[in-house]
Ligand binder design. Structure first.
Ligand SMILES: Cc1cc2nc3c(=O)[nH]c(=O)nc-3n(C[C@H](O)[C@H](O)[C@H](O)COP(=O)(O)OP(=O)(O)OC[C@H]3O[C@@H](n4cnc5c(N)ncnc54)[C@H](O)[C@@H]3O)c2cc1C
Length: 640
């Protein structure tokens, strides 16, 4: 008997009841109904009410929760008595009932196939259903993947499943990308981990709801090891240029290897997986090089530097800074925090908490519970919140809100900040954002931010910075804030996609010259004049409402594999989108981004490039990205 079956068999009724107290009830009942093939476990009167955003109870009353828990306990006892059974595929009608229940009665028909993939109940439905050997056994076809972060590893895995010769070039000496490079104190994911992982490689034993960086790095390392991906990777090898040879329709990659050794590599297709948030952004502040003490960016944390007793200045209060500032406060002698724009905080009491042992027991012992919980998060926290970001053109929010529901969210969030800062009223004008919720990414908070700002050894400065001086930072009012160390929490050069690589396509056209600082692509992945070049996490594939980028990368990789299939099956040498298809989709994206809070607000954010356009975000639903990336529509492509 496998360990987990023995664990269930040996758990007494009292422990089962104790575990159920820690359950997310709607997905638990759904998982039990699916496994026991008993729809009476998902009765209409216990259907969650998801009109209350992000409520972990699913809007159920105490009486409903009590009844639901009792049902769940009895069902788990039945599971225990029945013993282990192989996971079975759910008939579509059953799936529809269960999905609709956990989605609070929503109409789920359009989502059925997507959610079946996301649920991944016993079968990885995104595995390519073809291999190169079946389609074009004789054709030399090698693909270079640039980057071995979450997206690059995924691409390598899928391409290899399709039997394609793949080589991965990675500038670092390890896998993991974001989770390899960002080692600052407090670094952790801000999406519930059950959703921030590959659909086909879910875990039931995440130690935390929001894992810290070392756990995520282990996850991606483990994935690479388990699937033998390391053998495909050339580490410490940076791609400096990719150039198309039209006569042979091959891409030549220029490589800078370990110890500066230069090399080239010729391939038939390139998948760029270099990330949007991989190149640190250093602010353009006069005198930045004149500071005489040590300074570093959060993504290049200097672990050799002891901050104890030092006067530390932090520039920036974005997502990374909001994580490390509470960690280093108290260690530094004095911490001065420079804030340009206050963030919206998303109250998340469990943000730093481990998953309780009882909850982990449930994830481990109730088949499919973790998967249904993943779906619950997807539905409730991501797709379900999009409406709040939509602009109502009739709404007069004075730049502070964009619709009635957005304004209601604003009021709740302001109330949270006012509660947190109740004993620091002098800070309130500086910590309540003037811009609408959803115009920037939320920062999760469990009270750590206000607790940090309350400390005597922490100062929040909101005056604009005039210059960095040899002694510290001078603000516009002439005050010099002396520092022993400066830490830049100033984010990444997100809108400079694929930089600093030189990318030359047909007729010698260089990609960055063509973009002129305003990157765009077809579905974030392909480009006219750049045949057989694909991007993952490319332009307009980021998501604002704390969704998971793994979702986008899974959709994108599926599409890229589909494009390669077309090339191999049809015998064409090159595939690129038509200019018309590219332009039409971008027009639609731009128009919709201008109907979203992040598109209309004038607040500074990494969601906009220098031209003011949102080159970052996908403005439509997650469903729509999935639908558009099912398979390439050849009417939108030129094959030659
Ligand atoms: C601190 C931080 C926290 C985040 N938190 C979340 C979160 O909570 N939820 C979420 O969904 N997303 C989050 N993100 C976004 C995160 O980047 C993505 O979730 C995801 O990790 C992107 O994976 P990727 O493989 O596309 O890119 P990356 O992880 O950035 O990996 C890119 C890889 O490409 C390599 N590379 C780059 N250029 C070259 C080159 N020229 N040659 C060779 N190799 C190259 C890099 O070394 C790196 O290994 C966070 C990002 C940061 C920085």
């Amino acid at each position: 008997m496998p360990d987990f079956d023995r664990e269930l068999a040996e758990t007494d009724d009292e422990a089962v009841a104790a575990a159920v107290e820690h359950a997310f009830l709607p997905p638990l009942l759904t998982a039990l109904a699916a496994d026991l093939d008993d729809l009476s476990l998902v009765p209409g009167h216990l259907q969650p009410d998801l009109s209350i955003p992000m409520d972990p109870t699913g809007g159920l009353s105490e009486a409903q929760l009590a009844e639901g828990r009792a049902l769940a306990v009895e069902a788990i006892k039945r599971l225990r008595a029945r013993g282990p059974q192989p996971t079975r595929a759910l008939p579509v009608d059953t799936l529809r009932v269960l999905l609709s229940f956990v989605a609070g009665g929503a109409e789920v028909d359009d989502y059925l196939e997507l959610l079946r993939e996301e649920l991944n109940l016993g079968e990885d439905l995104r595995t390519p259903d073809w291999t190169k050997d079946e389609l074009a056994p004789e054709r030399p076809f090698r693909v270079a993947v640039i980057g071995a972060g979450m997206s690059g590893l995924l691409a390598a895995h899928r391409l290899r499943q399709a039997g394609i010769d793949v080589v991965v070039l990675e500038k670092d000496d390890g896998v993991g990308g974001t989770w390899y490079e960002n080692t600052y104190p407090g670094c952790r994911v801000d999406v519930v981990n059950h959703f921030y992982c590959y659909s086909f490689n879910q875990r039931t034993d995440w130690p935390d709801h929001f894992s810290p960086q070392p756990v995520l790095l282990d996850y991606f390392r483990g994935f690479a090891d388990e699937h033998g991906l390391r053998d495909l990777i050339r580490f410490s090898t940076e791609v400096t240029a990719v150039e198309l040879d039209e006569s042979t329709m091959t891409w030549r990659l220029e490589l800078l290897g370990p110890d500066g050794a230069e090399d080239t590599l010729d391939v038939q297709a390139v998948v760029s997986a270099v990330g949007q948030l991989n190149r640190p952004n250093m602010p353009d502040i006069p005198g930045i090089d004149e500071f005489t003490g040590p300074s570093f960016h959060s993504a290049r944390w200097d672990h050799g530097l002891d901050l104890a007793g030092k006067r530390v200045v932090v520039i920036g209060t974005g997502a990374s800074a909001a994580q490390f500032i509470p960690e280093i406060a108290g260690e530094a002698g004095h911490l001065t925090v420079f804030q340009r724009t206050p963030a919206w905080f998303l109250p998340t009491p469990e943000y730093h908490d481990p998953v309780p042992a009882e909850a982990t027991w449930l994830f481990r012992n109730v088949p499919g519970y973790a998967n249904w919980y993943r779906f619950f998060i997807f539905w409730q926290n991501v797709e379900g919140l999009r409406e709040m970001a939509l602009v109502d053109p009739e709404w007069e929010g004075g730049g502070a809100s964009v619709s009635l529901v957005n304004d209601m969210a604003r009021q709740l969030l302001v109330a949270y900040i006012e509660g947190e800062f109740a004993d620091m009223p002098e800070l309130l004008p500086h910590v309540v954002p003037h811009y609408p919720p959803f115009a920037k990414r939320f920062i999760r908070d469990n009270g750590a931010w206000a607790a940090t700002m309350r400390r005597d050894d922490v100062t929040l400065v909101t005056d604009a910075i005039a210059a960095v001086t040899p002694e510290g930072v001078r603000t516009v009012d002439g005050t010099v804030h002396e520092a022993d160390v400066i830490i830049y929490g100033t984010g990444f050069t997100a809108s400079e996609f694929l930089m600093p690589m030189k990318v030359v396509g047909r007729d010698g056209v260089e990609l960055h010259e063509r973009w002129g600082g305003d990157a765009r692509a077809f579905l974030g992945m392909t480009l006219p004049r750049f045949p057989n070049l694909f991007m993952l996490y490319g332009p307009n594939t980021n998501i604002v409402v704390n969704g998971s980028i793994t979702y986008f990368s899974e959709c994108s990789v599926h599409y890229v594999v589909g494009c390669l299939r077309e090339l191999l099956a049809g015998g064409a040498r090159a595939l690129e989108p038509t200019q018309e298809a590219h332009d039409a989709l971008n027009e639609r994206i731009d128009a919709q981004n201008c109907r979203m809070a992040w598109g209309v607000s004038d607040v500074n954010s990494w969601y906009k490039n220098a031209t003011g356009r949102s080159a970052q975000n996908w403005p439509f639903s997650l469903l729509e990205y999935w639908q558009l990336t099912r398979r390439p529509d050849l009417a939108q492509y030129e094959l030659s």
